[in-house]
Design a protein around this ligand. Structure first.
Ligand SMILES: Cc1cc2nc3c(=O)[nH]c(=O)nc-3n(C[C@H](O)[C@H](O)[C@H](O)COP(=O)(O)OP(=O)(O)OC[C@H]3O[C@@H](n4cnc5c(N)ncnc54)[C@H](O)[C@@H]3O)c2cc1C
Length: 296
């Protein structure tokens, strides 16, 4: 199945975009997890049209019901990779989807792994991108810091370069799907809490809180879910600091790939996310229609 529009993120930006694309008759798929920033908002009273405060959860539910009624499909899944050839392939924990256009609306970038000394070694042993830097660690000892499906995906990506891979959960309990569980024998798992990192010019190893150490040549950070920043690094999407760069149509530097919401770094508010989602939808609708005309 080739969707007209695949929307990554089911927060206000993604759902707003889906409302417009489905009403323009674009076959639309929304992929996301249940962890919109809005879920943390107990009371919202600055969004248009509600006389009394509304909870973030209720607003999200209402938006999803609206998009579903209009014909959007919504799946609960985690995106771990996006590739572009003739069309886009969006790889998730549970499957793969293909689309002519994509909206990247995964919310604000996740916080970096809370390990002391990590920033100091960034680019000198610490990486946030297996696609960009995996090659530098051919046949060397590497680790992935993380505990989720995304971390398992990154460890599997590294298998093309080396077999010496450890997943460091930093004291976190593994939170992975059955599909990822099946892949766990491809690498080692270390569940100790990390105290810090050591090295000179570049990273040399990890100190654990129990007093033990382990040498490592490279550490790939994949804490939580893949964020806009991770996808940007892998796909060569232009960034503006920690935010995804975009033009007046909310299109990134990759044709057919649009963005909206908190990941753009603009005033992080629901009204802005909804507005950007609508602008991006307009761009996606024009893009897909133009492609259809070209193929006629
Ligand atoms: C405590 C709190 C209170 C707030 N109060 C207000 C307020 O009163 N008024 C206001 O206007 N704004 C408020 N905000 C801000 C508002 O919540 C955000 O601006 C808004 O939610 C941004 O929408 P978004 O769609 O860009 O991102 P989000 O709502 O964060 O949605 C991101 C979506 O992307 C999905 N996602 C992320 N990574 C992946 C992945 N790898 N694979 C699949 N899906 C993924 C997430 O699961 C989620 O569905 C508040 C925020 C917080 C934290």
């Amino acid at each position: 199945m080739l969707y007209d529009a695949i929307i990554i993120g089911r927060g206000p930006a993604g759902i707003s975009c889906a409302i417009y694309t489905t009403r323009a008759n674009l076959k639309t798929l929304v992929i996301g997890k249940h962890d919109s920033a809005l879920l943390k908002a107990e009371k919202i009273e600055n969004y248009y049209g509600f006389e009394m405060p509304i909870s973030g959860n209720n607003l999200l539910e209402a938006g999803e019901k609206q998009a579903l009624r209009l014909g959007a499909e919504i799946v609960t899944d985690e995106v771990v990779g996006i590739d572009k050839a003739e069309s886009f392939t969006v790889s998730c924990v549970k499957g793969q989807y293909h689309g002519k256009s994509v909206l990247l609306a995964p919310g604000a970038p996740a916080v970096k792994a809370p390990v002391k000394g990590m920033d100091a070694f960034e680019g000198r042993g610490i990486s946030y991108c297996t696609t960009c830097d995996g090659f530098f660690y051919r046949n060397r000892k590497v680790g992935v810091v993380g505990y989720t499906d995304y971390a398992v995906h990154e460890a599997m990506e590294l298998l093309s370069f080396t077999r010496d891979i450890t997943l460091y959960t930093n004291g976190m309990e593994l939170n992975i799907s059955p599909a990822s569980t099946e892949q766990m024998n491809a690498f080692r798992v270390n569940t100790k809490k990390i105290k810090g990192l050591y090295g000179g010019e570049s990273l040399e190893g990890i100190n654990f809180e129990d007093g033990t150490t382990e040498d490592v040549d490279g550490l790939f950070v994949a804490y939580g879910s893949a964020s806009g920043v991770n996808f940007a690094m892998k796909m060569g999407i232009m960034m503006n600091g920690n935010s995804i760069a975009f033009n007046e149509k909310m299109e990134t530097n990759i044709e057919g790939l649009y963005t909206a919401g908190d990941c753009t770094g603009v005033f992080k508010q629901i009204s802005v996310a909804v507005g950007q989602g609508a602008i991006a939808a307009r761009g996606m609708i024009d893009y897909v229609r133009k492609q259809k005309n070209i193929r006629k």
